[in-house]
Design a binder for this molecule. Structure first.
Ligand SMILES: *[C@@H]1O[C@H](CO)[C@@H](O)[C@H](O)[C@H]1NC(C)=O
Ligand SMILES: *[C@@H]1O[C@H](CO)[C@@H](O)[C@H](O)[C@H]1NC(C)=O
Length: 342
């Protein structure tokens, strides 16, 4: 940085001395020459132009517009500077007149030469493949060959949400490639989410109406997380009537997709490896504690479900009703024969 700043100053001074031979330039004098526009923002390689006027009485003295590049011309008290292709990163035309005290009253035209980045890319630092919830990762945005980097703002995005903005501390006017980093801690909600970054050159009111913006490609985060139960648990205990079907559900979300192991009240493992355990017709032997164990590479979640089997009164009811109907029928037949035999 120090090296750069001093180099910059030396280069600037050398250009200044070589090109202008301005003995002593007073930039604080009254009646300074006026540049129109007062500053320029130009894309590298584009044409540009400016004019400079000195006061009426100043033309009695020597006045001029000097620039190491481009063409200059004079018309009365106005001077013109034009260039077809500006291909200098540091250039500042100067407009001056000599004062009576042999000091030059001068104005420098500040020019910002910009170049939108060649390429913008995003990545997770030192990482490929799946990531884990709760861990910190570094997102990195690389902006290639952009100038001036001090006008650059880099924004990281998660989907459409901005995560943070960063700026460079470098003030090199020439194109540079710079990398910006942002630390993020991933959660399971980040699985499948797209991350990207955007590089914007903010060139101020003299810059283009739409600031140059380049966006990176998107990267999709794959986040591995431990199984988590979906929905609410069954009310405890779960009651079922004898002979009725029993269905136990311990569906869980996890990445990678979890596997299920059921342990029956008898203590033996079930043959079912699905999230839902189905018993077509419950018996009293099915009563007791069921354990569902959901696991993937990251971890295991265990759920206990207590099942109560109740006697089914429906059979008894059907029996009672059938018996009553038969009794009535016998009674009716009996009455009929009694009546007939009379
Ligand atoms: C990101 O985290 C790492 C390790 O904890 C740390 O060294 C680094 O300075 C952090 N970077 C930023 C940009 O906060
Ligand atoms: C099990 O529970 C989950 C979450 O509540 C639900 O989406 C799924 O449909 C249930 N499965 C069955 C077979 O009831």
């Amino acid at each position: 940085m120090m090296f750069f700043c001093s180099t910059f100053l030396v280069v600037f001074m050398m250009n200044f001395l070589r090109d202008f031979r301005v003995s002593s330039c007073d930039a604080t004098c009254a009646d300074k020459p006026v540049f129109t526009p007062s500053r320029l923002v130009v894309k590298f390689g584009d044409p540009t132009a400016a004019s400079c006027s000195v006061c009426e009485r100043c033309i009695d003295n020597i006045f001029n517009l000097e620039s190491p590049v481009g063409l200059t011309s004079i018309n009365g008290t106005t001077m013109f500077w034009t260039i077809e292709r500006l291909t200098e990163w540091l250039t500042s035309p100067i407009c001056y007149y000599n004062t009576d005290t042999d000091v030059q009253c001068c104005t420098i035209l500040p020019i910002t030469v910009y170049q939108p980045p060649d390429n913008v890319s995003v990545s997770f630092v030192d990482h490929t493949g799946p990531m884990f919830e709760g861990k910190q990762y570094t997102l990195q945005c690389t902006v290639e060959e952009v100038a001036p980097v001090e006008n650059l703002t880099v924004t990281f995005y998660r989907g459409q949400t901005a995560l943070g903005q960063l700026q460079s501390k470098n003030n090199n006017p020439k194109p540079v490639t710079e990398t910006f980093s942002l630390n993020i801690t991933l959660s399971k909600e980040d699985n499948g989410v797209q991350y990207w970054c955007e590089a914007k050159l903010e060139l101020g009111p003299y810059g283009p109406q739409l600031p140059p913006v380049e966006t990176s490609q998107t990267i999709t985060a794959t986040v591995f997380y431990k199984p988590q139960l979906e929905g609410s648990l069954h009310p405890e205990p779960i009651t079922v009537l004898e002979g009725e079907p029993l269905q136990l559900n311990c569906s869980a979300l996890g990445n990678p997709g979890p596997s299920y192991t059921w342990t029956l009240p008898s203590g033996s493992p079930s043959t079912s490896s699905s999230s839902v355990l189905i018993i077509n017709s419950a018996t009293f032997a099915d009563e007791g504690k069921y354990t569902c164990s959901v696991s993937n590479d990251v971890g295991t979640a265990t759920v206990e479900l207590n099942v109560e089997v109740r006697a089914n009164n429906k059979g008894i009811l059907i029996g009672v009703v059938t018996a009553a109907l038969i009794a009535i029928l016998i009674l009716l037949i009996g009455l009929f024969y009694c009546y007939k035999s009379k």
